[in-house]
Write a protein that binds this ligand. Structure first.
Ligand code: ZN
Length: 446
């Protein structure tokens, strides 16, 4: 017998006393006793493991646990409980399955719990221990009842021998949903129960209970959230989650003056690797020759903003020329991506009333200036961000320098590890519930 293997049921069929032959099952099949439901049906087509001990087929409860059950035999009360999360499912006479809240207790109406003794009307069933697990002899139940598994509700039921089948009230086949727990358990619940399970930590989508982590040598794994801390302790880094939690800190990383394929693509690769996004304020003059880079930005969920056609200081231009700088760039971006940019970054952060009045979109400034154009030093850029960053910051960088692309390889995972969600400028305004107006300037959104 293997250690750590827990045992749930023993199936043993003892034929009539006059026939001293004991037949036992392969994988839970009860041979020669067709009216017994076989164990393989219990788990609704999932393969389970069994082995034989002293002529009994033992089913490995670990298999049931994998599908969301806790199986416990209470020797004192002689109660078999198959528990899923906070609800317990027990077996009542006549095959009805009752549930009760373990918190509210057994008195909880309308759920009624019964112990195995009830099945057999006062007769005790036999049990024994293997490696600390209590196993029940099915043949000790056999004189009193039949055992079956109801896959629709994933519960075991028993009903009494000799009763007409009409005494067994099959449970309605309610539509079911598979739910997931952060520790990897899965559960099939009736659709009407989904909300209740969500309230106690279950999720409808597997992606809600998993996280992707990466290693320094660029390996990538997906694990259940319950395992994440252990992986971080081993040096893995989490990537950004697929969904943004408005209650958690977030920042908008922005890059100006590109696209410049050699460096912009490096930054895009880093964003993609960590499942993050940023906002690129592009120049129309560079965008028109680099459609592929813009399409990649769009594909990664990045925002593309307008940084004018060729980087003039807008405050020195007539309103007509400002319009032309912005309009021409919007058209180029729209021709490539199919959408007009919804944010403008005026070169040098310079704007006045004229700029505001013709902009037609919010003016996005910054709260953290990395001065990457000046230092051209990755460490200094990293320090500029990581020493100051806080919730709602807009971080200014330029995607045209190798030193900035190098810094981004550190900054992006470091922000995620520190608990920041990397969002676009539009997302920042959306999740902070701070709608932006055309022509108004924003240097952070908190
Ligand atoms: Zn610029």
């Amino acid at each position: 017998m293997k250690k750590f293997i827990t045992v749930f049921l023993i199936i043993s069929i003892i034929m009539a006393m006059l026939v001293p032959t004991t037949l036992y099952a392969g994988i839970g099949d009860v041979i020669g006793y067709a009216k017994y439901t076989d164990i393989s049906a219990y788990i609704n087509h999932y393969p389970i493991t069994s082995y034989n001990i002293n002529d009994y087929t033992v089913v490995v409860a670990e298999d049931l646990r994998n599908y969301g059950f806790d199986v416990v035999w209470d020797g004192n009360s002689r109660t078999l409980s198959i528990t899923r999360n906070e609800l317990a499912t027990e077996i009542a006479p006549y095959g009805r399955v009752y549930k009760y809240s373990s918190v509210a207790g057994r008195e909880s109406v309308p759920y009624v719990a019964t112990d195995i003794k009830t099945y057999v009307y006062g007769n005790f069933v036999e049990s024994f221990n293997i490696n600390g697990q209590t196993c029940i002899y099915i043949d000790s139940l056999a004189p009193y009842g039949k055992v079956a598994w109801v896959p629709e509700v994933r519960a075991i039921k028993l009903w009494l021998e000799g009763l007409p089948m009409k005494a067994y009230e099959p449970l309605t086949e309610a539509p079911v949903t598979i739910m997931y727990a952060p520790d990897g358990r899965t559960l099939v619940v009736e659709n009407s129960e989904v909300e209740a399970y969500k309230n106690v930590g279950w999720f409808e989508n597997k992606s809600d209970v998993t996280a992707v982590l990466v290693s320094s040598d660029k390996r990538r794994i997906e694990v259940y959230k319950a395992e994440v801390e252990a992986y971080i302790a081993q040096g893995w880094t989490p990537v950004q989650a697929n969904t943004i939690d408005p209650a958690k800190p977030m920042v908008a990383v922005t890059f100006d003056d590109g696209p410049k394929p050699a460096t912009t693509n490096r930054i895009l690769d880093t964003l993609e690797f960590y499942n993050a996004c940023a906002t690129f304020f592009v120049l129309g003059s560079l965008a028109e020759g680099n459609a592929g880079v813009l399409l990649k930005m769009k594909e990664l969920g990045c925002q593309i903003g307008n940084h004018t056609y060729d980087h003039p200081q807008l405050t020195k231009l007539s309103s007509q020329k400002i319009s032309s700088q912005l309009g021409r760039t919007s058209e180029i971006i729209a021709n490539i991506t199919g959408a007009n940019p919804t944010a403008i970054r005026p070169p040098y952060g310079a704007y006045n009333k004229t700029v505001s009045s013709v902009a037609g979109a919010p003016l996005i400034l910054w709260s953290i200036d990395t001065l990457d154009w000046k230092s051209r030093n990755a460490n200094s850029v990293i320090d500029a961000v990581m020493s100051k960053v806080k919730d709602g910051d807009i971080i200014l960088m330029h995607d045209i320098y190798n030193s900035t692309a190098t810094a981004a390889e550190t900054i992006i995972p470091a922000l995620i590890q520190r608990g920041f969600q990397l969002v676009t400028v539009d997302e920042l305004a959306y999740y902070k519930n701070k709608p932006m107006s055309p022509g108004s300037a924003y240097s952070q959104i908190r």
